[in-house]
Ligand binder design. Structure first.
Ligand code: GAP
Length: 537
């Protein structure tokens, strides 16, 4: 059985993920990647970079794309000019709603408090909890019993509602028992909380020196649009991709790395002619969903969800989320992996003219009380001239925005498998195996001498040395070979190469496949090429 508890425990035990600053008690919302985790996340980012940017062939039209297109990369800074965030809308609009509990003094994100109606005699209260989905019902029942001062033997005297709701779905918080409170109605009205981390530039530290750690990598791309256009030979349609850290002061970071305060994004801003933007939006939505499937997420655990009008971000005229059935969510619920947004010309025009008012159509620059632009733009011309038609326009943008940490977590959750495999004595045993796609697997192959004698370690060293030049491999000669296989299964290593008695006479080795357990004999000289084909298909 796949459970979040087991996945979290494996991640720590095998060095995928650790809590940041753990020896000091940890810090909420920050995570460190251990030796296996760093390889997995790097492989995921490399796969994205290759498949979206460096490996893209601009000479060929992909089947479902409207036309051929170009892709280039960028690496912009985390700290940018404060005006960037005013014009992007983050300064005014990038907030969540939080509530404070007057009794426990704790702070929560309004839409993350979950609960159920609990009824006893004539009284009905909404009992909430921050417990994970798996424990939510039990925890609500326990708290409900406690609230009504009932003993275990009276458990059947209360009724717990079937429907689990988040607090934002209720009309009022009047009869709510807050997650850490003993009495009712202790929550404040929801208030806005800006999610950007503030920081100060230089030594003087006045209000004018305040800036922010970027909450998304996207803005670095918009402000460099003209630089890229002028310095490379790209022409519309084209995309600029960037991978890097983003920071959000999340009110309640939770669910392992899913909602962290420091995380990495893999974003593309795709610039195109306004008339073609809907077609490009559809292309990128489908292409990105297909990418997750190519790397091993199953059809059943992925959905594409188009946003309703009222859910759309301030700049967006259409957004779809690719969502994954993370095991920490209740059955039938999905969590966002990536958003594909049609942003129109909001960003380029805002950085050019001044922040636009998203509620106006067509969008106008938002004015302050003095009748001047509330946040002045750069004044730079960020429009594009089509050389063939001589038409000048501000391009529209389609933005596929993915999280590297959420991606890594989804692939870890998908990969976690318990099955049956024979041990050294041929007896069937439960084995834990991380069925990661070979491209994502931290270690591509492990090399074992069957025994630590008869010249086998020497040959294994030779193979290991050769493979190391091409990929991340692991050498192990300690303990029974069955145990060594098990350790690699847990680490997600797709192939194990074993040097045995036959190797000494015919210079062949066995390659064991992690998922099928099939063993094939391959000439030592062919091992590199054989693994390459297996990994890259
Ligand atoms: N530029 C658009 C943008 O940033 P977003 O939906 O806020 O859009 C994009 O973020 C992706 O970044 C999300 O789909 C998710 O994968 C990742 N992400 C956002 N906030 C996150 C957080 N607190 N922790 C981990 N990943 C996060």
């Amino acid at each position: 059985m796949k459970s979040m508890e087991k996945i979290v425990s494996l991640c720590k035990r095998r060095g995928y993920l650790f809590q940041s600053s753990e020896i000091y008690g940890g810090i909420q919302g920050f995570w460190d990647y251990g030796p296996l985790g760093v390889e997995l996340k790097r492989n995921l980012k490399d796969a994205w970079w290759h498949d979206m940017i460096s490996g893209h062939n601009e000479l060929v039209k992909p089947e479902s794309a409207p036309t051929p297109f170009e892709m280039v990369g960028l690496d912009s800074t985390i700290i940018m000019h404060p005006q960037v965030w005013k014009c992007s809308g983050h300064y005014d609009l990038f907030h969540d709603h939080m509530v404070d509990c007057r009794e426990s003094k704790k702070r929560y994100r309004f839409d993350q408090i979950r609960g159920r109606w609990v009824e006893y005699q004539d009284k009905k209260v909404f009992v909430t909890t921050m417990a994970e989905a798996e424990q939510e019902l039990e925890e609500v029942r326990r708290r409900g019993m406690k609230f009504f001062r009932l003993r275990n033997k009276d458990a059947d005297k209360i009724t717990v509602g079937d429907e689990s709701l988040t607090l934002d779905k209720l009309d009022s918080t009047e009869n709510v028992l807050a997650p850490d409170a003993k009495s009712l109605d202790t929550l404040t009205e929801p208030r806005e909380f800006n999610l950007m981390f503030k920081t100060t530039l230089g030594a003087l530290g006045g209000e004018d020196d305040t800036t922010f750690l970027r909450p998304e990598t996207a803005q670095g791309i918009f402000v460099n649009f003209k630089n890229v256009l002028d310095s490379s030979r790209v022409g519309l349609p084209f995309g600029i991709g960037q991978v890097g850290k983003s920071f959000r002061n999340e009110i309640t970071p939770r669910n392992f790395t899913f909602r962290s305060r420091e995380f990495e994004q893999m974003e593309i801003e795709f610039f195109c002619h306004p008339d073609q933007s809907q077609q490009w939006y559809r292309y990128w939505r489908d292409r990105r969903l297909a990418w997750y499937k190519e790397l091993g997420l199953s059809d059943e655990s992925l959905i594409m969800r188009e946003h309703h009008q009222e859910e759309l971000a301030h700049y967006s005229v259409g957004t779809a989320d690719i969502e994954y059935a993370f095991p920490f969510l209740p059955e039938g619920e999905y969590g966002e992996l990536e958003g594909i947004a049609h942003r129109g010309d909001f960003d380029l025009r805002s950085h050019m003219e001044g922040k636009l008012d998203p509620s106006t159509r067509p969008m106008q620059v938002e004015l302050g009380e003095d009748g001047k632009p509330k946040y002045r733009g750069s004044g730079r011309d960020l429009s594009y001239r089509d050389e063939a038609t001589n038409e000048k326009f501000v391009p529209h943008v389609v933005e596929p925005s993915a999280g590297a940490d959420r991606g890594a977590l989804a692939f870890l959750c998908e990969a976690y498998t318990e099955d049956e495999a024979p041990d050294e004595k041929g007896k069937m045993q439960t084995r834990t195996v991380m069925k990661l796609h070979p491209r994502l697997a931290p270690i591509k192959a492990a090399v074992f001498p069957l025994v630590k004698k008869d010249g086998m370690p020497e040959v294994a060293h030779e193979i290991y040395g050769e493979l190391k030049r091409h990929m991340n491999v692991f050498y192990d000669e300690k303990g029974a070979v069955g145990r060594r296989y098990r350790r690699q299964d847990e680490a997600g290593t797709p192939y194990c190469i074993t040097v045995d008695t036959d190797t000494l006479t015919d210079r062949t080795v066995t390659i064991r496949d992690r998922d099928t357990l099939e063993q094939t004999r391959v000439k030592i000289d062919d091992v590199v090429a054989d693994l390459r084909t297996r990994i890259n298909g």
